[in-house]
Design a protein around this ligand. Structure first.
Ligand SMILES: [Fe+2]
Ligand SMILES: [Fe+2]
Length: 205
């Protein structure tokens, strides 16, 4: 039986302390981009349900996941409003695009890679919530810790789905590849603060 690593061990590195400090100083950007990430996570899950209608386990897991992500979106919207902040469009983070670049484009490899990348995004979100929470006002920190259970389950679901469509050797090879790319996106300087951004570049400090 394959054991699933905790999210904070599945990713190759911890969220840098400098990111937590900068994020806690710019809660408006953090919350707006977080709301966007939740909405995007729901949208990606629904898109996969349309692209792979003949995969019952995928339909079941991602339908629930999409509902939970939309619920998270609503919760973040409520927090934004309570703080007098307004949801607006922000430029996209380099993170998702950076992960997408390593994905193969022909099926069935495309599905395997999409699920592996999904597992990393969910695992990083959970790891980041845990690291960030102590830097935040208590109510917001508690909210982020409360989200962890769902994101941990989403990570495990994406990884289990990857194992359901590909052999263990292929999944492990793709996990190793994405893990390296993901670490670089988290540990190298990034000019914009976003929920999944890298180490704040000097201009952000
Ligand atoms: Fe979420
Ligand atoms: Fe999630």
């Amino acid at each position: 039986m394959r054991a699933t690593l905790p999210p904070e061990q599945f990713v190759a590195c911890a969220t840098p302390e400098a990111w937590c400090v900068t994020a806690a100083r710019d809660l408006e950007t953090l919350l707006i981009d977080h709301a966007y990430c939740e909405k995007k996570a729901a949208s990606t899950a629904v898109a996969l349900m349309f692209r792979y209608p003949d995969h019952p386990a995928l339909l079941d897991k991602l339908s629930r996941l999409a509902r939970e992500e939309l619920r998270h979106f609503e919760q973040v919207q409520k927090i934004l409003r309570a703080r007098g902040m307004v949801y607006r469009r922000l430029s996209a983070s380099r993170y998702a695009e950076g992960l997408r670049r390593v994905m193969r484009s022909s099926e069935p490899a495309r599905l395997v890679d999409t699920l592996v990348v999904g597992a990393f995004i969910e695992a990083r979100s959970c790891e980041r919530f845990l690291r960030l929470a102590p830097h935040l006002p208590p109510d917001l920190g508690a909210f982020y810790l409360g989200l962890c259970a769902a994101e941990r389950r989403h990570y495990a679901d994406y990884l289990a789905l990857a194992h359901s469509v590909a052999g263990a050797a292929e999944v492990e090879e793709r996990v190793a590849l994405v893990r390296d790319v993901e670490r670089e996106l988290i540990e190298t300087p990034d000019r914009e603060l976003r929920f999944h951004s890298g180490v704040p570049a000097p201009a952000l400090n």
